[in-house]
Each structure stands twice: as structure tokens, then as C-alpha cells.
Design a protein around this ligand. Structure first.
Ligand code: F0G
Length: 527
């Protein structure tokens, strides 16, 4: 059968976006611009404020990166050579280590594990955290087993007795005429309690509103139920902590506490104690929730998380996939907030908008060497993506971090414009949020709007997409809502954003605000 002309690549999504006028095919890209062809075949420029959802900190086709990609191909650089020495990847790891140590003041190195996408980086972090946990669990199990054997030997050779309170604590009746048989009953009870405790599934803690990817494991940490619930049987469930509620962190950790029984001999008596079973695998958090509406972790929440998880010995995984790579004015957004991680996940802009690459930085004191054998990918660490990541990092680090200062300055200019729009349309714009070039504009509820169309679209949860369609068709601006908070538009342009581009965004957003103020729904219907 001839399948020419059929839409077979995610056809449903295509028709959904067509409804908002967003099913545009772009034919060229450069800097902050995308180009499409109109009906007559003429190129039409579109200002890209979405910036690849955070993957274009250096814009589309940054000339230095295009030149690097061409150089690699022209030179015949071997791209696929898994399990050989990969010099470029090593240089990326070394540079990332320098950056993370500089920004966090860490006294130790960070090792890099390479992967292909943001979600895969999170899977790497989850698996590594679980490996750490299993190693701790095995050590605890061995220690408890060894002490139990020691207690048995002491009872059998008469060096120790099992006192009444030990029997009582275990809910058993004492047996003073048959030490051996009695001890076996005791041991059986301890073992059965402990086996249940050791089998407890790992607990991953994260924050309500989080987005950590859509693979089988990572989607369990993505809060949006539409993405997560159909797949809940596939992997460990996460526990979601209310956003920026510091008191909820310790409470969650306490409620997840599981203990095992530990027999020891003290002063000739077998005593029973409790040991905390390492069920907590990791706390995974975006310093600034991206897809969840551009909401920043508060310093109080960060401080409390730091305290609680250090005490619990549980690693903090900072998902900097969207917020990292200099977008917020420092390489890591968490540095600006004062949050320190044990693992850092990077993806999106790491490939310079050309390659697909992600990496997880792991504190060496937590690093599990065995991980390198149990996680790998045909594509990870390939020299094409590693070289582009290296070039991207070098561009960001050049001139003593001029790019970070530029992101802060451009972000401040953009935020000031957005804030002025909010001041002029307070009944339409609720809040402007974010840091650097990771900004969100939240619109007020339209659920009681005068216009039936606007009201209906708001109630359907697609207001942000309708607004995006309008901005594209009326003003030539590509912008998108944060998927799980659809009345927030997110702006993540490159750090080469010009004043003229800010001016275009200003005019377009003001026009959108006027449409909403006047409830002029006709303007929102795309041609
Ligand atoms: N973590 C964060 C913080 C993200 O924003 C994303 C993707 C991922 C992980 C997954 O990365 O797509 O490369 O597998 N965020 C996009 C968004 C989809 O809408 O913000 P991926």
C-alpha cells in the first residue's frame, strides 16, 4: 500500500496543535529566529522565545558550534567507538568538575556518567542512587547477620543469656531450659521481621509540580498524573513533597522510616535494638520547576532539605536539565539559590542545540564504580556529542564567564519588560517569575471570563496554547506554556537576545493582554 502523504509520526499530536494554529513546519533556524514558508513560498521569520524548552542557551546554529560540527565530520573523527578511550568526554568531565567545584565550593571531585537525553540522565541518577542504597542495605544486612551469629554462639556456649525483656520486646515467651531451640525461635522472629524491612521498596522523594522526564522510572517522579499514572506499575513510586513547604520534608522522611531488629550481646545478655533501614534512595529536585510553571525553590526549603537529607545520608539529586548551563546567571541555578547537590543532571543546552547529550555528575565519595558496567548506551559518550558539549562549555566559560553575566543582564532586561506589562495589565497578568533567562508569565484565571470562548478554553486547560497560537499568527512569536501549568507562558530565549527582540515580545504580550482585557475572543481564532 502506498503510504505517501500520510501523517504517521505522532499524527494525533499534530492535529491537536493544528487546532491552535501551532502545526507549523520550520524550514530554517538561526540565533533566536525560526523561519517558515508562507503560501507563496516566501520565508517568514518567527522570534523563538521558547528556545527549545531550554536547549538553546546559545541559540539556533551558533556559528562556532556549526563550525565544530563540520570540522568533526570533515576530519573523519570516529563518532561511534563505544568502549574505547574517549578523550573529548574526559575533557567534558574535567571541565564540568572544575565548574561544579568552583560554584559549590565542594572539597571533592565529581565523576561524570554520560547519557543521551534528559530523562536518561534522570534514570542514571535513580539507578546510581539505588545502587548506593543497595550497597548500604547489604552492609547493614551483613552486620546484623554477623551479630546474630555472634549472639547465638555466646548463648550456646553459655557466655550469654536471653533476658526476659528481650523476649518481651520481640513479643515472644522466654525459654530458659532450651537455649539452642529458644535462640532459634528468637532468630527466626528477628529474621522474618528484617526480611520484610529489607524488602521495602526504595523511596524517591521529589516535589509537587516536578518534571523529571517520561521514561519508565523517571516518569514516576514527574508529578503530572496524566504522564505518570498509566505507568505506575512499571517502577518505584515517588513521594511528592508539597512545594516550598520546609516542614513537610522531615515529616516525609519520618513517615518513610523503616527499621530492622539488631541482636547484640552486652554484659552477658542478648539485647535487641533497632537500626534504620536505608529505604530513602534520593531526593530529586529542580532548583526552578520548569515544566511545572517556573517556580523557584525557596532558600528556606533548600536549607531544610540540605539539613534533613544530610542527616538521613540520602543523596540530593539536582535536576539542572532545564535550569543549568548558565541560563540563570550562574552555571547551575542551584548555586544562586544556595542548594548543594550530590548529583547534578544536565542535558538540553549541553549539546549546544545541535547534539543530543546528557550527563550526571556524581560526588566521588558516593560514586559506585560498578555503575559503569551496569549502565551504558551505544550512543553515550560519542565523540560528536562530546565535542559539541565541550565547545558549548568553553563558549560559556570564555572571558571569565561573560556568558553568565550576559544571561543575568539579558534576563533582567526581559524580566523588567514583563514586569512593566504586568503593572499595566494587573487584572490580566498575575505574576512574573523566574531567574535570568528562565522566566514565566502567569495569567490570571479566565474561568469566569465574559467571553464564552476564552472561558471554555481556560476551563479545558488549554488557555496557554490558545495564547501561544495567537502570538505566533498575529505577532510571529513562538512561545509555549509550561505543560503542567497551562496559564503560565515560559520564556527561555538564548543569551543573545537583543533589545529589539525584547521590544517585539513587549508589543506582542501587550496586544495579548489587551485582547484579554477586552475579551476580544475573535482575535484568538487563528486564520
Ligand atoms: N528534567 C527536566 C527539569 C526537564 O525540564 C526535562 C524536560 C527533563 C528532565 C527530561 O528531558 O526531554 O531530554 O528527556 N523538559 C521538557 C519541558 C520536556 O517541557 O520542560 P528530556
Amino acid at each position: 500500500m502506498d503510504s505517501q502523504g500520510k501523517e504517521l509520526a505522532e499524527p494525533h499530536l499534530g492535529s491537536l496543535f493544528a487546532g491552535f494554529g501551532l502545526d507549523v513546519e520550520y524550514t530554517r533556524a538561526s540565533g533566536n529566529s525560526l523561519y517558515r514558508l508562507d503560501e507563496r513560498g516566501a520565508e517568514v521569520e518567527v522570534l523563538d522565545a521558547t528556545g527549545g524548552y531550554g536547549s538553546l542557551i546559545l541559540g539556533h546554529h551558533r556559528p562556532e558550534l556549526v563550525a565544530e560540527a563540520k570540522r568533526l565530520l570533515d576530519a573523519g573523527t570516529p563518532i561511534h567507538a563505544q568502549f574505547s578511550r574517549r578523550a573529548e568526554a574526559n575533557e567534558v568531565a574535567a571541565l564540568l568538575n572544575t565548574i561544579v567545584r568552583r560554584e559549590t565550593g565542594a572539597a571533592e571531585d565529581f565523576t561524570s556518567i554520560f547519557a543521551n537525553s534528559g530523562a536518561e540522565a534522570i534514570e542514571v541518577a535513580l539507578k546510581h542512587a539505588e545502587l548506593e542504597r543497595v550497597v548500604k542495605l547489604t552492609a547493614l544486612r551483613d552486620e546484623i547477620a554477623a551479630d546474630l551469629d555472634r549472639a547465638r554462639a555466646a548463648v550456646l556456649d553459655g557466655a550469654a543469656v536471653v533476658p526476659e525483656e528481650t523476649w518481651a520486646l520481640l513479643g515472644l515467651a522466654g525459654d530458659d531450659w532450651d537455649p539452642a531451640g529458644g535462640f532459634d525461635r528468637l532468630a527466626a522472629k528477628v529474621t522474618s521481621v528484617n526480611e520484610a524491612a529489607f524488602a521495602a521498596p526504595p523511596v524517591f522523594l521529589t516535589v509537587e509540580g516536578s518534571f523529571h522526564g517520561k521514561l519508565a522510572g523517571s516518569v514516576q517522579l514527574t508529578h503530572n498524573e496524566n504522564f505518570r499514572l498509566p505507568f505506575r506499575a512499571l517502577a518505584a513510586q515517588a513521594r511528592f513533597i508539597p512545594f516550598n513547604d520546609p516542614g513537610a520534608i522531615g515529616k516525609a522522611v519520618d513517615e518513610e522510616r523503616v527499621t530492622a531488629l539488631h541482636l547484640t550481646v552486652r554484659d552477658g545478655a542478648v539485647t535487641v535494638g533497632e537500626r534504620v533501614v536505608p529505604t530513602l534512595a534520593a531526593f530529586v529536585v529542580e532548583p526552578i520547576l520548569g515544566e511545572g510553571g517556573i517556580r523557584e525553590i525557596s532558600p528556606e526549603f533548600a536549607r531544610e532539605a540540605q539539613r534533613v537529607f544530610a542527616e538521613a545520608g540520602c543523596p540530593i539529586v539536582l535536576d539542572e536539565i532545564q535550569s543549568g548551563m548558565g541560563r540563570t546567571g550562574s552555571f547551575f541555578a542551584s548555586s544562586g539559590i544556595g542548594l548543594r547537590g550530590d548529583y547534578y543532571a544536565l542535558a538540553k543546552s549541553l549539546g549546544g542545540g545541535i547534539a543530543k547529550v546528557s550527563v550526571v555528575l556524581l560526588r566521588v565519595s558516593r560514586y559506585q564504580k560498578a555503575f559503569e558496567y551496569v549502565h551504558s548506551s551505544t550512543f553515550a559518550k560519542d565523540s560528536f556529542s562530546s565535542s559539541l558539549a565541550l565547545k558549548t562549555l568553553r563558549l560559556l566559560e570564555a572571558e571569565d564567564g561573560a556568558a553568565y553575566r550576559r544571561a543575568a543582564e539579558r534576563g533582567a532586561a526581559l524580566a523588567a519588560m514583563l514586569e512593566r506589562v504586568r503593572e499595566d495589565f494587573p487584572e490580566v497578568v498575575r505574576e512574573v517569575r523566574g531567574r535570568g533567562l528562565m522566566l514565566g508569565v502567569e495569567f490570571r484565571s479566565q474561568s469566569d471570563a465574559v467571553s464564552g470562548f476564552i472561558r471554555a478554553k481556560y476551563r479545558e486547560g488549554v488557555f496557554g496554547w490558545v495564547a501561544s497560537g495567537y502570538l505566533l499568527w498575529e505577532h510571529g512569536i513562538r512561545i509555549a506554556p509550561t505543560a503542567s501549568a497551562s496559564s503560565t507562558l515560559r520564556l527561555e530565549p538564548s543569551l543573545y537576545l537583543t533589545d529589539a527582540e525584547i521590544g517585539r515580545l513587549d508589543a506582542a504580550l501587550r496586544a495579548l493582554c489587551s485582547v484579554l482585557r477586552n475579551q476580544d475572543a475573535l482575535h484568538l481564532l487563528h486564520p
